[in-house]
Design a protein around this ligand. Structure first.
Ligand code: SF4
Length: 662
């Protein structure tokens, strides 16, 4: 891994730290501050806990000696709410919150959600659509000359021209619309500290074009770089050899007009995502360039420990009183043990945001945090609700060879097969689990984060340990589909891996004398899924006695590879050409999306008419009837008798904890 200066090299933490970062002038007065160095604006309620990006960012800057205030969920109808902490000395740091504001506000069918887990009382509508842009505009109106630093998941995943599902068009980089001075993408600690110290020393933020993990609007790429043009997807690949090479992507105007070129651009972006070998990228927007430095260098274990051990109050800001904040209720007894994901699932943005390299905390740091939960979190009764991360069982897993890792451009370490260079030893995780549950006052330690089951089967000891001690009746895992076509577009393992895991899981449950169930999740309408694929999935569900109570329909989130498939009808997992590249069926029409969803809920009488019509059109009327092998009853008949014991399950991807910095 490439070297980086220590994250805490220039730290000078205040003694004592602020009990909470101030949200009012009165709190600033109590701290003896005349002004803030940095004012953070967020679309979430302020919860001072490391599961929330703004809290990490604020406490990290505080540890570096900066005075940081927070404006949470401001009234965006005018600039007044952006002036409540006065004029920040260095910059506004702006984020939409832990989630993209459009994903937060609308369902995959583009219907309005009326709740918001990140708001007191769970109330919806407390942040604007496209919050990062709106907040940046209002902050600029409040203090015209204060620089704007954008961060968080919304900014990160919209850093170049991107397909936007909600407006059904390719939008410009968010930098152009927000008119921000700089954008920090991915896990932004290193870039943030660098920007703050340089700004504190008097450098203008617009001139900071050389910081990893940042993007800016520039007139031309920095002169130190040779720019290799990859705007032509049909010709030969450009010469990318040598150091200081930047790749020119097709322009915003080109990708907006040509979906195939959009897919090519998505492919190049993903090939340039390993921090050890990624090149800078540049994309023209009109007569300007959006300049993207290579991704941030992952944090070391010691740095990650220090971040998680910053002096968080581990509670919502007192101004919220007794209001219930659902996201806080969900995570207050859970502990993050790692960041990153090398799965690379095409529909997911974790890899794009957090990177493929797993950054794991030390055992000691995790155990100390469990003790803090026990001692400091109100309402703790002895159960740690989750010990996990983006994927529960990637703790300390890494490429066996740093040299090979530094050269690698694979999109996933586990697809199409588990790479022979990947270390899959679950021993450190087993050891951590054992020590966690041995802590005095801790009765149970659950694993609620999603599990990568194709990795878990490499370690039957891990499966036994998990089932015997860390499962609370149900364990959620995500095969996402049963059919090879859609699985190959999702970059997910075949259903045989799920079946192997189930075998181990059932054996372990029996050995432990427990009655536990696996909860499989599936996605409807993912690109590359035919009606027949959904029919086969429904038959599998029925054979295995599953009845989904909630289902997830594919949501094309910004920047994911699956979104590029959805928009372009091409497969960016392979080279894309105007002629000769693989086409992918995108499920776009409402009727077909409904049909795919209906297959997942084949048992719901409301879906029977649409399923009967579809089965007849597919030449599979033989699946209509009362038999146990048939999918829906004919005519107006009552539902078929159960094929066996059936149990409800969800296909919704609920997260055990809010994703950080999104
Ligand atoms: S060589 Fe294999 S294990 Fe190593 S980074 Fe590449 S895909 Fe992952």
């Amino acid at each position: 891994m490439i070297a980086a200066a220590s994250l805490f090299e220039q730290a000078r933490p205040p003694v004592p730290p602020a009990p909470f970062l101030p949200m009012s002038l009165a709190e600033m007065d109590r701290l003896g501050w005349e002004a803030c160095d940095v004012v953070l604006v967020t679309g979430d309620a302020y919860i001072d806990h490391p599961s929330f990006g703004m809290a990490i960012v604020g406490r990290l800057l505080e540890a570096h000696g900066f005075k940081v205030g927070i404006i949470a969920q401001p009234d965006w109808s005018g600039p007044e709410a952006f002036t409540v902490l006065g004029r920040p000395r260095l910059f506004f740091g702006i984020t939409a919150g832990n989630m993209d504001s459009m994903v937060n506000r609308y369902t995959s069918d583009k219907k309005l959600r009326h709740d918001d887990a990140y708001t007191p009382g769970g109330e919806g509508g407390k942040r604007p659509d496209r919050a990062a842009i709106v907040y940046a505009q209002r902050a600029r109106e409040a203090f015209k000359d204060v620089p704007i630093v954008l961060g968080g998941i919304e900014a990160s995943l919209r850093r170049i021209a991107h397909y936007d599902y909600w407006s059904d068009k390719v939008r410009r980089s968010i930098l152009m619309d927000a008119k921000a001075d700089i954008l920090l993408f991915g896990n932004a600690e290193r870039a943030l500290v660098e920007v703050a110290h340089r700004a504190g020393a008097g450098q203008t933020i617009r001139s900071m074009t050389d910081i990893r993990g940042t993007a800016q609007v520039v007139n031309a790429p920095p002169k130190a770089f040779r720019v290799a043009d990859w705007t032509d997807m049909d010709g030969a690949s450009p010469d990318l050899a040598g150091g200081k090479v930047a790749v020119r992507l097709p322009s915003y105007e080109q990708v907006a007009a040509d979906p195939a070129l959009y897919a090519h651009t998505s492919r190049v972006l993903h090939l340039e995502s390993n921090a050890s070998n990624a090149r800078a990228l540049v994309q023209a927007h009109g007569d300007k360039d959006v300049w993207l430095n290579p991704p941030p260098v992952p944090l070391t274990s010691a740095e990650l420990d220090a971040v998680y051990e910053l002096p968080f109050a581990r509670a919502p800001h007192p101004s919220y009183g007794d209001s219930r904040i659902p996201a806080w209720e969900m995570i207050r007894f859970s502990v993050s043990i790692m960041r990153g994901c090398f799965g690379g699932c095409a529909f997911c943005s974790i890899t794009e945001h957090e990177g493929r390299v797993i950054q794991s905390r030390s055992e000691g740091s995790v155990l100390r945090e469990i003790e803090r939960v026990r001692d400091l979190t109100k309402g703790f009764t002895g159960t740690i609700s989750d010990i996990g991360g983006p994927t529960a069982n990637m703790y300390r897993l890494a490429c066996k060879d740093d040299g090979i890792q530094a050269m690698c451009r694979r999109l996933s370490c586990v697809y199409p097969d588990i790479c022979k260079n990947l270390g899959t030893d679950h021993g450190p995780l087993i050891a951590l689990y054992r020590k966690a549950r041995a802590i005095k006052g801790v009765k149970r330690v659950l694993v609620a984060s999603g599990l990568r089951y194709d990795l878990a089967v490499r370690s039957p000891d891990y499966v036994r340990e998990l089932v015997a001690h860390h499962v609370g009746g149900y364990l959620k895992i995500a095969p996402e589909h049963t059919e090879a076509g859609p699985l190959s577009k999702m970059m997910k393992p075949g259903i045989a891996a799920y079946e192997r895991f189930k075998e181990l899981f059932d054996q372990a449950a029996q050995a432990a004398g427990k009655k536990y169930y696996l909860i499989p999740y599936f996605i409807a309408a993912h690109p590359g899924t035919s009606d027949r694929d959904m029919m086969n999935l429904a038959l599998w569900l029925k054979r295995n006695g599953f009845k989904a109570d909630q289902v997830q329909t594919f949501l094309p989130s910004p920047m994911s590879l699956a979104t590029a498939m959805y928009h372009s009808g091409r497969n960016p997992l392979k080279p894309v050409r105007h002629s000769g590249s693989e086409e992918v069926e995108a499920i776009k029409g409402l009727r077909q999306r409904r049909l795919h969803k209906a297959f997942l809920r084949y048992h719901d009488p409301e879906n029977w008419p649409i399923l009967r019509d579809a089965l007849k059109a597919m030449g599979r009327a033989d699946l209509i009837g009362p038999g146990a092998h048939q999918l829906v009853p004919g005519g107006t008949a009552a539902p078929a008798a159960k094929a066996g014991p059936s149990r409800p399950f969800r296909t919704q991807h609920t997260r055990s904890r809010p994703l950080q910095r999104r």
